[in-house]
Design a protein around this ligand. Structure first.
Ligand code: NDP
Length: 250
């Protein structure tokens, strides 16, 4: 097992940090938002279902963690100007962004290549690739205003080795790995680091959509992945950039 897969963060590892999590209302993003808050961060919860974000906000309040912020936004329809407005609000309120977890994505339709539907392909590529680029681009000034910022993209096993029938989703995750490499190389000598996490098979709604017949009780939970999510957000990883990491031991 790699050291970062059993990383233990001090309780105040993220104190004073402002961290934005996309897809914070459910699954891995929800767990990451709660975990970051528990470790002292002010978390900005971005997602498309306001009720889910409000539930996470309330849970953070009950923990006695720093008050969270909510950005209800559907990455399917949002344009560059939405992301620019969001970045301006973050700069006004916080003056910096220490962490960006690009977690939200969609599975789309799994099908043989010859059956790929163009609308569905474009929707997956838009949410999983184009929107991630737009969010990151808009937030670069806020990330560069922090003393040591961390950008984490979310990939998948099928973003490193193609697999039959995984079509747009797999292609979008290869693009995600590429986007992270481009950005990491460009900012190599800056205080902003850029890395990728492959969560591995995890008990969430996305996983059960991809594998409806599977016994999900055998899968890792989002909580099991958090050592790596914490490590890459904490200052203990501040010299690490351009990496692609597995959250689970293989
Ligand atoms: P879930 O489907 O459980 O959660 C995804 C989250 O993203 C939800 O909160 C969802 O919002 C949000 N989201 C989806 N589309 C949009 C959109 N258009 N605008 C804003 N928010 C959106 O997925 P997981 O937690 O399983 O996955 C998290 C990440 O991990 C993804 O990038 C996924 O590809 C990756 N991954 C997951 C694996 C697994 O086994 N679970 C394996 C490998 C990679 P809402 O709640 O409203 O639907």
């Amino acid at each position: 097992m790699q050291q970062y897969q059993n990383y233990q963060a001090p309780a105040d590892a993220l104190a004073g940090k402002v961290i934005l999590v996309t897809g914070a209302g459910d699954g891995i993003g929800r767990e990451a938002a709660l975990t970051y808050a528990k470790h002292g961060a002010t978390v900005i919860l971005l997602g498309r279902t306001t009720a889910k974000l409000e539930a996470v906000y309330d849970e953070i309040e009950q923990l006695g963690a720093p008050q969270a912020a909510i950005i209800p936004l559907d990455m399917k329809g949002a344009t560059e100007s939405h992301y620019r407005d969001m970045a301006a609000t973050i700069m006004d309120q916080f003056g910096k962004l220490d962490g960006l977890l690009l977690n939200a994505s969609v599975l789309g339709v799994l099908s043989p290549f010859g059956h790929i539907n163009l609308d569905s392909f474009q929707e997956v590529m838009h949410i999983n690739v184009t929107a991630q680029m737009m969010i990151t681009k808009a937030l670069l000034p806020a990330l560069n205003a922090a003393p040591a910022s961390s950008v984490i993209f979310t990939s998948s096993g099928v973003g490193r080795k193609g697999r039959a029938h995984w079509g747009a989703y797999a292609i979008s995750k290869f693009a995600t790995e590429g986007m992270a490499q481009v950005l990491a190389d460009e900012y190599e000598s800056s205080s902003m680091r850029v890395n990728v996490i492959n969560p591995g098979a995890t008990r969430t709604k996305m996983r059960s959509k991809a594998y409806p017949a599977e016994d999900s009780s055998r899968l890792k939970t989002p909580a099991d992945l958090m050592p790596l999510y914490l490590f890459l957000m904490s200052d203990d990883s501040k010299d690490i950039t351009g990496g692609s990491f597995d959250a689970q031991a293989s």
